[in-house]
Structures are given as structure tokens and as C-alpha cells.
Write a protein that binds this ligand. Structure first.
Ligand SMILES: Cc1cc2nc3c(=O)[nH]c(=O)nc-3n(C[C@H](O)[C@H](O)[C@H](O)COP(=O)(O)OP(=O)(O)OC[C@H]3O[C@@H](n4cnc5c(N)ncnc54)[C@H](O)[C@@H]3O)c2cc1C
Ligand code: FES
Length: 270
């Protein structure tokens, strides 16, 4: 999990392609050698609107993807942009996942976390690791990237939906528990809702693995200057110390898995 070098100045990039993943999720493709590793994020400036953090969903050295859900004012405006329109990008920022030959990896993804975990699976396979990819959503229509993941060699895909409309009926964490009964993993990585991430951390710890967790906190600068994303009680900025962090560290933070702070610093319980 080493910190990468980065550029804090935005570059103006043209949206090369927009892929509709589902009703409220698009993947934006850019022709640009971003040089991101899996787990890293960028600050995306939507001209005239705002600048927001998004994880890198793929980077092959010449092209990178961002997979974005329409949730509020900034992402609603982003969804109005078309192929050929311009946005600003700063980054890549933060720590990343690392894999080596022979690693036995469980990746656990929830919601839009499936996209950055796909990038993770890609890098793990390239390094010579074996991967079990667990992805969950409330229902089949909300699942993301399952076709892309099933196209990767050396990756076993496990799907969980809350309503049982696809794969296992239940949670990704239940699938992880079951897999641990059959297999040994030396690495567990996760990206998704913080409550899910906390359970993944606990399960992995029970089986002797210190999970690597992608943590999201409200971000403004993205590189450790403004103090917005500092986690209680460490005083450390998540954008610089993370986003990929070890569960053994996070479990000591009273904030992790319990609440997050908004732009004004006000607490909101999960
Ligand atoms: C490191 C990181 C990686 C992320 N990766 C992705 C991704 O790959 N795909 C994706 O769809 N979303 C991702 N997000 C979340 C994304 O930043 C928010 O959904 C987006 O900022 C919402 O803005 P909005 O104005 O549309 O909605 P709002 O209504 O303003 O917010 C909706 C939700 O997003 C959170 N949010 C809003 N602004 C920020 C901010 N500046 N920093 C962090 N959270 C914020 C709010 O707390 C709220 O929970 C990521 C967040 C972080 C911190
Ligand atoms: S977002 Fe500014 S310190 Fe992390």
C-alpha cells in the first residue's frame, strides 16, 4: 500500500465514451495516461458545478474509466454531459492495492464498489494471483460489472442479492464466510458500504487475515491539505493515509463503521 506520486493540478479531459451500466450508473471513459493503481481515486471537476472524488474503475496506461452513480446535485449535472464534453481531473491520489504471484485473494464489492474492485481483480490476475470476486447488490438490476469480471481468467465470480433475484440470497459477507470454510485466502480486499466493509474486516480477522479496506470520507482537496477527511480519533487524512487501509488500523477508530461527516463536519450515523 505505497503512496503514489501525483499531480495536484487539474487537466482538462474530453469524455471519450459514456457507457450506461444501469438506470443511475454510467462509466465515463477518458483517453489519458493517468497512471493509476487499483484503489486510487481522482478529483473530478464538473465545470460550473463542483469537484468530487471518484475511484478509478480501470486504467490500462492509455485509457481510464470512472463508474459513477447519480445520487445528488453534482452527479445529476454530470449525467447531463455528453461524449465530447470536457471535465477537469486531478490525481491519481491515495494508496493502492498490491498483489504478487501466488496470492489467494478474496475481493468483496458492494454497490459502485464493484467497479474499482474490477480494476483490483485485473491487477491481481496480472500479478499471478488467484481471485474469488464476491459482488452484491439489493437486486439483479443493480449489479455492476458482473459480465466484465466473468470475462477475467483466474477469477471465480460469486453473486449475492438481498432479494435472491440473482445468485445467493443474502449478503456478500455470508458468501465470504462460506468461502473461508472451503478455502484459504492470504488477502481480502473490499470496497463498498462502510458497514459491509467493517463486517468483511471482522470475518477476515477471524481467519487470520488483515483485510485491506477502501475507505470513503467527505473530501475536498484530495491530497492531505484541507483536513476535511480526517478520521476520528487519529487526526489522519484518509485521502493521504488511505483510501486503502488495513482493518487492524481502522478497527481502532471510533468513527469506522459507525458514522461519517458531511461537508460542514456534522456527524451522520450509518
Ligand atoms: C475516495 C472516494 C471514492 C469514491 N468513488 C466513487 C465512485 O467510484 N463512484 C461513485 O458513484 N461515487 C464515488 N464516491 C462518492 C462520490 O464522491 C459522491 O457520490 C459524490 O460526491 C456525490 O455528489 P452529489 O453532489 O451528486 O451528491 P450529494 O447529495 O452531495 O451527496 C451524496 C452522497 O455522497 C457523499 N459526498 C458528497 N460529496 C462528497 C465529497 N466531496 N466527498 C466524499 N463524499 C461526498 C455525501 O456525503 C452523500 O453521502 C467516492 C467517494 C470517495 C470519498
Ligand atoms: S480531502 Fe483535504 S485533507 Fe483529505
Amino acid at each position: 500500500m505505497k503512496i503514489q506520486t501525483f499531480d495536484t493540478r487539474p487537466v482538462a479531459l474530453t469524455i471519450k465514451k459514456i457507457v450506461r451500466e444501469n438506470e443511475n450508473t454510467n462509466t465515463y471513459v477518458f483517453d489519458y495516461p493517468l497512471g493509476a493503481r487499483s484503489g486510487q481515486f481522482v478529483m473530478l471537476w464538473i465545470p460550473g458545478v463542483d469537484e468530487k472524488p471518484f475511484s478509478v474503475a480501470y486504467d490500462n496506461g492509455t485509457e481510464f474509466w470512472l463508474t459513477i452513480c447519480r445520487v445528488g446535485p453534482a452527479t445529476k449535472e454530470l449525467f447531463k454531459l455528453k461524449e465530447g464534453d470536457k471535465v477537469g481531473v486531478r490525481g491519481p491520489f491515495g494508496t493502492n492495492y498490491e498483489f504478487k504471484k501466488g496470492d489467494k485473494v478474496a475481493l468483496v464489492a458492494g454497490g459502485y464498489g464493484a467497479a474499482p474492485m474490477y480494476f483490483c481483480a485485473h491487477e491481481a490476475v496480472k500479478a499471478g494471483a488467484e481471485v474469488d470476486f464476491i459482488v452484491g447488490a439489493r437486486s439483479e438490476d443493480l449489479l455492476l460489472f458482473t459480465h466484465k469480471v466473468s470475462g477475467l481468467s483466474d477469477v471465480d465470480l460469486h453473486i449475492a442479492t438481498d432479494d435472491g433475484s440473482c445468485g445467493f440470497k443474502g449478503y456478500t459477507t455470508q458468501v465470504l464466510e462460506k468461502l473461508f470454510k472451503k478455502k484459504k485466502f492470504n488477502k481480502v480486499c473490499t470496497c463498498g458500504p462502510e458497514i459491509m466493509e467493517k463486517f468483511v474486516g471482522e470475518i477476515a480477522e477471524k481467519h487470520g487475515v488483515d483485510a485491506e479496506i477502501s475507505v470513503e470520507k467527505y473530501m475536498k482537496c484530495g491530497f492531505g491539505v484541507c483536513g476535511q477527511c480526517v478520521i476520528d480519533d487519529s487526526g489522519e487524512p484518509i485521502c493521504k493515509k488511505g483510501c486503502v487501509m488495513k482493518y487492524s488500523y481502522l478497527k481502532r477508530m471510533p468513527e469506522f463503521g459507525k458514522y461519517h461527516r458531511d461537508a460542514q463536519g456534522k456527524k451522520h450515523n450509518f
